[in-house]
Design a protein around this ligand. Structure first.
Ligand code: ZN
Ligand code: ZN
Length: 517
């Protein structure tokens, strides 16, 4: 049978979701030769084989992509036959400014959870267990394309077993960039309130943290995108103490339930809410309270609940932590979430009785996302872990655009090659540290996508008193102020891709500087 060749280019969320390994296995099944690599704008491959096999390959990849992938476009073109004798995964290419979509962080998958609790598995009880289909992504990526050398895992060299799994096309950790095990990977430790004193080496830090929580203490826990402050939600004394120490008089605390049964005892959950709670993004879902938990959410008939998403959370519950924990972002009122260890020790001293600290650095702060189920379905109230930095819309422009947002509940958006990448939730810019976080988020996105101030068009709010506006005015870039309510209408048009539609827009907002002041 005669061989032909095709080039395939797939765009979307296709890096860090097990795409190359899937392609490799599928190519082998269909006896195809050629290569696959992570390119600047997605996954690229060259395939050679019979026309029948090529067709079957393309159909199968389109119909059954890896579970965490989102495909925007899938282009197949005839190519020159080179006569490759095997199929390989090639090193990533880096030539032009990247426009690939970075995968958000993924919750630990069921396969990894069962290994976590299989005493005969080499990763039993290991809080950094992950695989090709799950684990950290955005919170560890330092550069593109997505490869271990460009993540915060680059400091840990693979042991021979991890190395073999990483290279084995039949292993479920084939090309899992954050792969690690107790022998070669990072670890957790428990430290005292000063952030320094540590436990003796033979004491299990996660079990000890679980006991502290049971005893009504407050523990700062390093997770995927930052620290949480945790305590027993049913212990009114502990919750009251956390509220007093955090200077948060009324703000509701988020809860983490050990499993769905525990969550159901705390709040009323619709099928829609359950689907969201169990989704791969594992957001916080606001739902009507069943149980009364003093001080968790004063004067509020709703609680925000989430399920465990990192292996560490599963381990904490398994080692005896109370089934319903307060898991609130680690900060004092108004400040941004703490995500770097020394900063956490400094800012949380006087709040936390102990720190459960993991060695893997967090590349950027990513809060928990928050949803409410309304009459028209789920609404996202805070877009962060599990969703950022996904593209939210396509914008008909070739020029990079940086939209700064407004001062309250800020997030920023960078448009590159017409794709609008929305940042994680930043916060209220009134606080000096949040303003620093705003600047860091912008620098981070610009660096990740290789955008310079010379090229970018900056859109800011027209309010002359906004911190984001005065920040924009100092930039060495073209700045375009936009009236607040018009920006709201424009974002609705972008969401619906209705650029050419003439509309009458009504925007109801408590704040905003008008055209006439
Ligand atoms: Zn997994
Ligand atoms: Zn290892």
């Amino acid at each position: 049978m005669t061989s032909t060749a095709v080039d395939v280019r797939v765009r979307g969320v296709v890096q860090g979701v097990g795409f190359r390994p899937s392609v490799f296995r599928l190519a082998r099944e269909h006896a195809l030769t050629g290569w696959v690599l992570n390119g600047e704008s997605g996954v690229e491959m060259h395939l050679e084989g019979t026309a029948l096999a090529l067709d079957a390959f393309v159909r199968e990849l389109k119909d059954h992509p890896p579970p965490a992938a989102t495909i925007d476009s899938f282009d197949v073109e005839p190519a020159t036959l080179h006569g490759f004798s095997d199929f390989t995964i090639r090193a990533s290419s880096r030539i032009n400014p990247p426009t690939v979509r970075v995968s958000p962080d993924l919750c630990v998958c069921a396969d990894c959870v069962s290994e976590l609790f299989d005493v005969f598995d080499r990763r039993a009880g290991y809080p950094y267990i992950n695989c090709t289909n799950c684990g950290p992504r955005y919170s560890i990526i330092q550069g593109l394309p997505y490869d271990r050398a460009q993540t915060t895992m680059r400091g840990w060299e693979l042991c021979t077993v991890c190395e073999a799994q990483y290279r084995d096309a039949d292993d479920r950790r084939f090309h899992a960039q954050p792969i690690a095990c107790p022998e070669c990977g990072p670890r957790y430790s428990l430290r005292g309130a000063d952030g320094e004193s540590a436990l003796p080496a033979d004491v299990d830090p996660i079990g000890a943290a679980a006991r502290l929580l049971t005893d009504g203490r407050i523990v700062a826990i390093k997770g995927l995108g930052g620290y949480h402050l945790a305590c027993d939600a049913a212990n009114a004394g502990a919750v009251g103490l956390l509220r007093a120490r955090k200077f948060r008089k009324e703000q509701p605390f988020a809860l983490m339930a050990r499993d769905l049964d525990v969550a159901r005892r705390a709040v009323h959950l619709s099928d829609e809410a359950i689907a969201l709670l169990e989704s791969i993004a594992r957001p916080i879902v606001l739902a009507r309270a069943v149980e009364s938990l003093p001080d968790v959410a004063p004067d509020n008939c709703e609680y925000g609940v989430m399920l465990p998403y990192a292996p560490l959370h599963h381990l904490l519950f398994a080692r005896g932590a109370p089934g319903l924990l307060v898991m609130t972002s680690a900060n004092r009122s108004g400040e941004p979430l703490a995500y770097q260890d020394d900063d956490a020790f400094g800012r949380l001293s006087g709040i936390a009785d102990a720190f459960l600290v993991g060695q893997r650095p967090i590349a950027r702060r990513v809060d928990d996302s928050v949803f409410r189920i309304g009459p028209y379905g789920p609404t996202i109230l805070r877009r962060a872990r599990g969703y950022a930095p996904d593209a939210v819309a396509t914008v008909p422009t070739g020029r990079p655009v940086l939209a700064l947002g407004a001062d309250l509940k800020n997030s920023v958006t960078l448009v590159v090659n017409g794709q609008a990448f929305m940042s994680q939730y930043v916060g209220d810019l009134e606080d000096a540290r949040t303003l620093e976080s705003f600047e860091a988020t912008i620098r981070d996105l610009m660096r990740l996508y290789d955008v310079s101030w010379d090229d970018v068009l900056v859109a800011c709010d027209a309010h002359p008193g906004y911190r984001s506006t005065s920040w924009a005015e100092r930039l060495p870039a073209a700045v375009h102020p936009i009236q607040h309510h018009r920006a709201h209408i424009a974002s609705v048009l972008a969401e619906r891709q209705a650029w050419d539609t003439r509309v009458v827009g009504a925007s109801f907002d408590g704040t905003g500087y008008g055209d006439d002041g």
